[in-house]
Design a protein around this ligand. Structure first.
Ligand code: DAH
Length: 344
């Protein structure tokens, strides 16, 4: 019996030694110390022993069990430690590896130009006003001194939805809407950015949908020189401190007098080149003094109040500023184009 026990101990210790994971180790525990294991069996056979032998054998069985138990515990500790180490090794992060740059998006070039222009005018005390893209004929035309049948309506081919409702052809209706809200009291000092629509065939310089920024100032004693000073400031901030501007007489039904505004060529400085087609000047926007009819229709006393207005196309400004040769680039969303406007 004694040999049997020693042999069992020997066997168990070897198997414990060989167990290379926690499951195998547990199998050994169940096999040797479990209720159906060989040691339990030996204990059952003790009834056959003499009273003298029994305590000795009992002590021996206990020793064997304890030895196996200790070996199991030691091995378990080792295996657990190994497992932790394996896990740590597999989860290790090499903090010395160089980082992978995250590709960031950027603002669309038009958004960028619009925001730049907004910032510039906000800096001069303007606020931003907006209006609907689906607009009433009244605000788009009539309130701007373009009654039904007026020939100048043909300058802006329109998408009509009903007789009285259309997609706005310019941002000028926001002038009329804003003045109306002011109920005849100045000052009004706004710029209005937004999308506009015209029935045009798309080509390098035309698009059926594009953007505009409108400006309007109404107060007592607003003069044409205020318009000129404002636009010169704008041109210098947008195109360079050395720029100058000039007014050429023009016609818009909602302004009187009306002007077209040129900026001295930022490419050649005014000597004449292919950008300014040899003239030294580049047209950038339309402007004028708000027509008394427009003021009156919006509820302003045109004897007390005067104002100036201007309208420009951010596409045109962006094309000039960045040398873009086709307006369609703005709308095609080709990332090779868009990525060139990445702000660093
Ligand atoms: N609304 C005009 C257009 O789309 C642009 C314009 C010209 C706006 C003169 C103005 C202005 O406010 O005074 O062609």
């Amino acid at each position: 019996m004694k040999e049997r026990l020693q042999q069992l101990q020997q066997e168990a210790l070897e198997k414990i030694e060989q167990a290379n994971d926690l499951k195998a180790l547990n199998d050994v525990r169940v096999a040797y110390l479990g209720k159906k294991g060989p040691i339990t069996e030996v204990l059952r056979g003790m009834g056959a022993l003499s009273p003298e032998e029994r305590p000795l054998m009992g002590a021996l069985v206990n020793d064997v069990r304890e030895a196996i138990q200790r070996a199991l515990e030691a091995k378990q500790a080792t295996l657990e430690q190994e497992e932790v180490e394996k896990k740590l090794a597999s989860e290790a992060i090499d903090v010395t590896l160089p980082g992978r740059p995250i590709r960031r998006g950027n603002h669309h070039p038009l958004t960028r130009v619009i925001e730049e222009i907004e910032d510039l005018f906000i800096g001069m005390g303007y606020t931003i006003a907006e209006g609907p893209e689906v607009e009433k004929d009244y605000y788009n035309f009539e309130a701007l001194n373009l009654p039904k049948g007026h020939p100048a309506r043909d300058m802006q081919d329109s998408f009509y939805i009903t007789e009285e409702i259309l997609l706005r052809t310019h941002t000028s209706p926001v002038q009329a809407r804003t003045m109306e809200k002011h109920q005849g009291r100045g000052p009004v000092k706004i710029i209005c950015p937004g999308k506009v629509y015209r029935r045009d065939n798309d080509d390098a310089t035309h698009s059926h949908q594009f953007t505009q920024i409108e400006g309007l100032v109404v107060d007592e004693n607003i003069r044409m020189s205020d318009l000129k000073g404002t636009l010169r400031e704008f041109a210098r901030k947008m195109f360079g401190e050395d720029r100058d501007i000039r007014f050429r007489p023009s016609f818009f039904p909602f302004t009187e007098p009306s002007v077209e505004v040129d900026v001295s060529c930022f490419n050649c400085g005014g000597h004449g080149c292919n950008v300014c087609k040899g003239t030294g000047w580049i047209e950038i926007l339309g402007a004028g003094m708000v027509h008394p009819n427009v003021l009156e229709m919006a509820g302003f006393d045109s004897k007390k109040y005067t104002g100036f207005a201007f309208g420009m196309g951010p596409e045109r400004i962006a094309m000039l500023k960045y040398g873009i040769d086709d307006i369609r680039h703005f709308y095609q969303n080709d990332v090779r184009f868009l990525q060139q406007f990445h702000r660093v």
